[in-house]
Design a protein around this ligand. Sequence first.
Ligand SMILES: [Zn+2]
Length: 302
Amino acid sequence: MNRWTFLFILMLGCFISVLSTCTLPPNAAPPDTVTLVTISGPAASATTAVRPTAMTLPSSPTPFPTRTASPTPPAAATTTATTIPTPTAPSVNCLERIPGDGLLTLVTREFGLSRDYVPKDLVPLSDYFSNNVTLGYPTEVRAVIVEPLQQVIEAMQADGLSPQIISGFRSYSAQSLALQKWLEQYPDWARNLSAPPGHSEHQLGTTVDFGSPELKYMIGDENIQFHPAFAQTGEGQWLANHAPEYGFTMSYPADAFERTAFYHEPWHYRYVGPELALTLAADNLTISEYLQQEQPQPCLVK
Ligand SMILES: [Zn+2]
């Protein structure tokens, strides 16, 4: 091919090209869509690709996934003892509580008495018992328990025992001193051994601590007055078996720490009357458990 022939062919190709595509306006935008052919596998398929006109961000960025609130756990099942009456709101603070003359005032580590509460009918034991029983202490109790106490002491003496009454009514301030004494002797244990002031059944005047002349020999301590070994003395065993018949109940039995928050006090008896004392013994209930089941909450703890 010579030079002129080449130029002719070139110009002819250009002429044909102008007839087909160059009819578009020179500033016309290229079509937005083009057809691509992809080969995948044995069959070819046509797909349409869209040329992006501009990069746009979403109007609001996709939020990070947020932790969804954990589902509300189902309410824990609560059990309600059917024997406990519906509580009624007490109106008096336990620190100001002045009970009536009844025998069934609840006193625990939780429910206390006013520092001003002193029973009205206190009498000295020395008016009714010999020094062998009172050991010369100026012990007082409510008059209402003198007769049953005499019956207990006489019955024990008739059985050849030598019962002693070491403690009776204890005022709020006397209980405070008693706790102080225990704290000095047994700082780690005192609060388990002695109630804080306002929370001792002794303030009721219907509770006594018995003693036995055997105890000092058993323990080997001339001055010992209270010791769990009292339960093994003749007096301790007699009381455990017969006190309820005379209306006295052991407030803090050996197996009841979890229920009373007091360790075993085999010498500590409270008068509640024979009918209730026998019922408590038969049902293996302490007086505080019974009263909390049978009575509404007696005072505001805080
Ligand atoms: Zn006591």
